[in-house]
Design a protein around this ligand. Structure first.
Ligand SMILES: *[C@@H]1O[C@H](CO)[C@@H](O)[C@H](O)[C@H]1NC(C)=O
Length: 359
């Protein structure tokens, strides 16, 4: 009887592993330490927050409107309308929310690291120009929206705000989390407010210059960034007199394996069309699952190192001409390229093949 049973188990496990091989599934081992399990859980919750958080928040809000607590939705809606401008006026950062243990486990999963090359002056404001966008800008999120990579310890006296599209602040409930994480809107008014020397000292506005368009080029080991046609941030830096800081996240493109979408392929044309219509790039965050390494939206455990380069002083100029903007833009582009070349050896195993392609 026992013998029968064990031969059945053996046969079952054999066919299980055969099916796994057939489907190309590689299972995670069973004996994973608790801290790693918590890291996986943190990454799992986070990717669902990023992918479905806004849709879920809208769903919750609508449910609330049609429930017997409709008055709570009404009160919230009234408050939100009254509060709608906050994303253009410095936001509402909460050190408590930025210090949640969730973010620390999330950062340790990859791990995400923040590195400085020089000290910053806490009596000045800076514009961080971050590259690449990657699929979801994990490095920028970990380093500039949370306390998990010790931004405050690395840059004493400085405060950072990640910049994102204003549309996110129209989503009820979700906007409160975004604001608590220090995120602000990308409007010119918002940027000039954050970088205003009369209002703030030691503020950093962290912009992901390539935006959603760059996300479509996020493939492992590839660093293709959009900069040549991005001039707005240069103009804002000149208007405010804030120094421009090149920031590069090495490994940002390694945490997912999106399907191939070369220019002019059917998939790419579809993605571009949706992006033009909605401003959002339809991405395919193909990583791993919780219990196996072959399928799923969970990002891959791969190190992401966000390196903050040396600031480039920008002379304050309230009405820069196109030529003046181009000159600053050219110098910044050169500095970004230099930062990539000098730092890549330290953070990329495949640095010899790693090229920064600026378009
Ligand atoms: C931020 O993290 C540091 C550890 O790096 C910790 O000492 C500090 O208390 C944290 N801030 C808050 C508000 O918890």
């Amino acid at each position: 009887m026992i013998e029968n049973l064990s031969s059945i188990v053996e046969a079952l496990s054999k066919s299980f592993s055969q099916i796994s091989t057939l489907l190309g599934i590689q299972w995670a081992p069973m004996d994973i330490p608790m801290s790693r399990r918590l890291q996986t859980f943190a990454a799992f919750l986070w990717i669902y927050l990023i992918l479905f958080g806004e849709a879920f928040a809208i769903y919750l809000f609508i449910r609330l409107v049609y429930s017997k607590y409709w008055w709570a939705a009404l009160l919230y809606g009234a408050w939100m309308l009254n509060d709608i401008e906050i994303c253009n006026r410095g936001g509402r950062s909460s050190e408590w929310v930025r210090s949640w243990i969730w973010w620390r486990y999330l950062a340790d999963y990859f791990p995400i690291k923040l590195v400085k090359t020089v000290d910053l002056d806490p009596s000045k404001n800076y514009m961080f120009a971050c590259f690449p966008h990657g699929v979801i800008s994990l490095g920028a999120f970990g380093s500039f929206c949370t306390n998990a990579t010790d931004f405050k310890k690395l840059f004493p006296g400085m405060t950072c705000h990640l910049i994102t599209l204003g549309g996110h602040f129209l989503v009820p409930l979700f906007r409160d989390l975004a604001l608590a994480l220090g995120i602000c809107s990308s409007s010119e008014q918002s940027l000039l407010y954050l970088l205003d020397k009369k209002k703030y000292e030691g503020n950093c506005a962290c912009m992901i210059i390539g935006g959603a368009a760059e996300a479509l080029d996020a493939h492992p080991k590839e660093y293709k960034v959009i900069l040549n046609r991005r001039k707005g941030f240069i103009r804002v830096a000149m208007k405010s007199g804030a120094a421009l800081v090149p920031v590069f996240s090495f490994g940002e493109t390694d945490i997912f394996r999106p399907p191939n979408n070369p220019e002019n392929s059917l998939l790419r044309r579809f993605q571009e069309k949706v992006r033009q219509l909605t401003g959002i790039s339809p991405m395919f965050p193909m990583g791993r699952g919780v219990f196996q390494y072959s399928y799923g939206v969970l990002p891959i455990r791969a190190p992401v190192t966000t390196v903050v380069g040396a600031p480039m002083e920008v002379k304050r100029n309230l009405e820069p001409t196109n030529e003046e903007i181009d000159a600053v833009h050219a110098e910044f582009t050169e500095r970004l390229q230099t930062l990539f070349e000098t730092e890549k050896k330290k953070y990329l195993k495949y640095y010899e093949e790693a090229r920064l392609v600026i378009t």
